[in-house]
Design a protein around this ligand. Structure first.
Ligand code: HEM
Length: 331
């Protein structure tokens, strides 16, 4: 538990962080902090009210909205393509089907905005803004989200199947998938810290719990008490869709507990624990895991920076994109 003094120090640091991020706006080109200031002045309060209501109904929704933004940005850039329906819908891709959540919250925000300022705010920006509030209302950093993206004209289901990292990928493969969209290995470690909130289904980690290898029944990099409680959860005759907390012991609070868990072999996904324990993670990522486990302010600050970097993946400009009226279909 952090002391009050730590919290005050953290707030001061975050004020500095916000100022720094805002200065960066000019440098990042197309996107800016105040893009809708004149054209849709109620944007902030609208998004905040909707996300807050959704999280009051279910705290996990903050996590789900954060992940929705990530899965949008890694496929065709942050262009709202994940929201499109149709035969090539990204919603039907393996990493998203029965997995990505929160579409209805995005639709509700967009409906409010179409009343208040019709045809102005892109769906891609709604997703980015909802993620910001998902983080903030979970206790995370108040980073300045950049706006001004246009919505893409097409979905890319095969891109969703190939570009998004899998929990079964090695750290090397995951780092390459980040590199492919302009993000670095530090971003991998920082943004994996998103797993400080939210849940995962058993199908995505149960291979660690039984018949793991020729020599080990259970993944030796998983704490044995955690392994037995997960075995109970996942072997209860369910269909594999039972869920466990990604950050055991601190599931709904956006903090650095996720990294502390990795030091204690309590990462849920193989790709989480691998950042600390896997042979390819040891060189590239282990030291950062240790640093973030020891310094929550540093994690919260760096998370805001990396979210801005992720939100800046291939934004569409006016000629290549549009402002969809309805997020699930092109105009
Ligand atoms: C580094 C590679 C990553 C891998 C392999 C990965 C994998 C996963 C998996 C397998 C789940 C559970 C899905 C399910 O149960 O159906 C999950 C959940 C989640 N992921 Fe990741 N993820 C990664 C990076 C990220 C990033 C970059 C973010 C955001 C910046 C993120 C945010 C989340 C959140 C918040 C959840 C919980 C969602 C909820 O409870 O609805 N992940 N991730």
């Amino acid at each position: 538990m952090e002391s009050r003094r730590d919290h005050r120090a953290s707030s001061r640091l975050l004020v500095g962080a916000v100022a720094l991020l805002c200065l960066c706006a000019a440098a990042s080109g197309q996107l800016s902090c105040n893009f809708y200031k004149a054209s849709c002045p109620n944007l902030d309060s609208t998004v905040q009210a909707r996300v807050s209501a959704a999280m009051k109904a279910e705290a996990r929704m903050g996590a789900s909205l954060l992940r929705l933004h990530f899965h949008d940005c890694f496929v065709n850039g942050c262009d709202g393509s994940i929201l499109l329906d149709g035969p090539d819908s990204e919603k039907l891709a393996l990493p998203n089907l029965n997995s990505v959540r929160g579409y209805e919250v995005i639709d509700a925000i967009k409906a409010d905005l179409e009343q208040a300022c019709p045809g102005v705010v892109s769906c891609a920006d709604v997703v980015a803004y909802a993620a910001k509030y998902g983080v903030l209302l979970s206790g995370g950093p108040d980073y300045d989200v950049r706006l001004g993206r246009k919505d893409g004209p097409v979905a890319n289901q095969s891109g969703a199947n190939s570009n998004l990292p899998s929990p079964f990928n090695s750290i090397t493969v995951i780092a390459q998938k980040f590199k492919d969209v302009g993000l670095n290995t530090k971003d991998v470690v920082v943004l994996s810290g998103a797993h400080t909130i939210g849940r995962s289904r058993c199908v995505l980690f149960r291979s660690r719990l039984a018949n793991f290898s020729a020599t080990d029944s259970v993944d030796p990099t998983m704490d044995s008490a955690l392994a037995s409680s997960l075995q109970q959860l996942c072997s209860g005759g369910g269909d594999g869709n039972q869920t466990a907390d990604l950050d055991a012991g601190s599931a709904d609070a956006f903090d650095n507990h996720y990294y502390k868990n990795l030091l204690a072999n309590k990462g849920l996904l193989s790709s989480d624990q691998g950042l600390f324990s896997s042979p390819d993670g040891v060189n590239a990522t282990r030291a950062l895991v240790q640093a973030y486990s020891a310094n929550s302010q540093r994690f919260l600050y760096d998370f805001g920076v990396s979210m801005v970097r992720m939100g800046n993946i291939a934004p569409l400009n006016a000629s290549a994109g549009q402002i969809r009226t309805k997020c699930s279909a092109v105009n």
